[in-house]
Design a protein around this ligand. Structure first.
Ligand code: NAP
Length: 305
């Protein structure tokens, strides 16, 4: 089968190749899925799991991409809960071969049914951004109606979902980003917008929840405007900023099928709009996956037309 593999971290864009790989076989409790569309997060390039397995041994030519939508074509020994021909979507194990390939072997417990009226491209755009936003706001941030949320990168893939879900659940959202992101952030539902390059975070007053997708100095400055008892949630690595009187949490998103159902239901009834940027075919994907180039919204590779 065709697959996109990572060959050399130092070579950046030149270290991603379209290669031929054997089709996977399903292990215990796995399914094999015919991949129709796969999302891609450029930062995957920097994740240790792209280059080493769970024992720390080097992974050579790992298949990249870890969120997808497709159709089940084989069941592993003991697999229950999914059936042949079923449409599914979800996140795959970071340490296993991924989804930028014609087929992927995936633990069945990581997948949810993809409703028949949801396009595979849309399905593939939802798992990482949608679950990251959901888990950050509700599990880790414990958002309550009436609270204020500082949603960094509100025009980006994760931030756009954070903004919409926080509004739906009664939050007051201050979206941030670059000056050019203002309109998009407001269209995703932010009550206000703050231009991180020209405005002063200190002018906001206090917020109950910071959702950080930027890190560094932005994260540190954000911690200082938390209200007493507030929470800083970060998805960009160990939190360096410690709020004086509040919590700081960093986490890596997990595939939770029940939450995937909540997210896709919202897309179907119009409560949630996914933010797809670039869509390319597998054969033409390499330039669009260049980890050094920034693109707005989720990059989705359409593996089958
Ligand atoms: N831990 C986890 O489980 C998890 C899950 C999902 C994502 N992530 C991480 O979260 C980050 C965001 O992911 P994403 O898919 O939402 O990326 P994205 O679509 O590129 O969105 C990030 C947004 O933040 C903006 N931004 C970044 N730095 C900024 C700065 N200094 N000032 C103003 N705006 C800034 C970006 O603008 P520009 O494009 O103009 O820079 C972009 O609009 C990535 O680092 C990703 O790896 C982590």
């Amino acid at each position: 089968m065709k697959a996109i593999v990572a060959t050399d971290q130092a070579a950046e864009a030149a270290g991603i190749t379209l290669a031929q790989r054997p089709e996977p076989t399903p292990a215990i409790n796995d399914v094999v899925v015919e991949v129709h569309a796969s999302g891609f997060v450029p930062a995957e390039w920097e994740w240790p799991s792209t280059w080493a397995d769970r024992s720390g041994r080097g992974r050579t030519h790992a298949i990249i991409g870890h969120e997808f939508a497709g159709v089940v074509t084989a069941l592993g020994y003991g697999t229950t809960g999914l059936s042949l021909g079923q449409r599914v979507f979800g996140i795959t194990d970071w340490h296993r071969d991924g989804t930028l390939a014609e087929y992927a072997a995936v633990e069945a417990r990581n997948l949810a049914p993809l409703p028949g009226d949801v396009d595979f491209t849309v399905g593939a755009s939802l798992p990482i951004s949608g679950l990251t936003a959901w888990q950050g706001l509700f599990q880790h941030g414990r958002l309550r109606a009436g609270q204020s949320v500082l949603a960094h990168g509100a025009a980006g893939a994760v931030g756009a979902v954070v903004t919409q879900l926080a509004r739906e659940f009664g939050g007051y959202v201050i979206g941030t980003g670059r000056a050019a992101d203002r309109q998009a952030a407001l269209e995703f539902g932010a009550n206000e917008f703050l231009d991180l390059e020209h405005d002063d975070l200190g002018d906001i007053g206090g917020v109950d929840l910071v959702f950080d997708v930027v890190g560094g100095d932005v994260q540190r400055r954000s911690a200082s405007i938390l209200r007493p008892g507030g929470t800083l949630v970060s998805v960009v690595g160990p939190v360096e900023a410690r709020p004086v009187d509040g919590l700081a949490i960093d986490f890596v998103v997990e595939s939770v099928p029940g939450q995937l159902v909540e997210i896709v239901d919202r897309v179907r009834d119009g409560r949630l709009r996914t933010h797809i940027g670039t869509v390319v075919s597998l054969d033409d994907a390499l330039p669009a996956l260049n980890p050094t180039e920034r693109r707005k919204g989720k990059t989705v590779v359409r593996v089958r037309p």
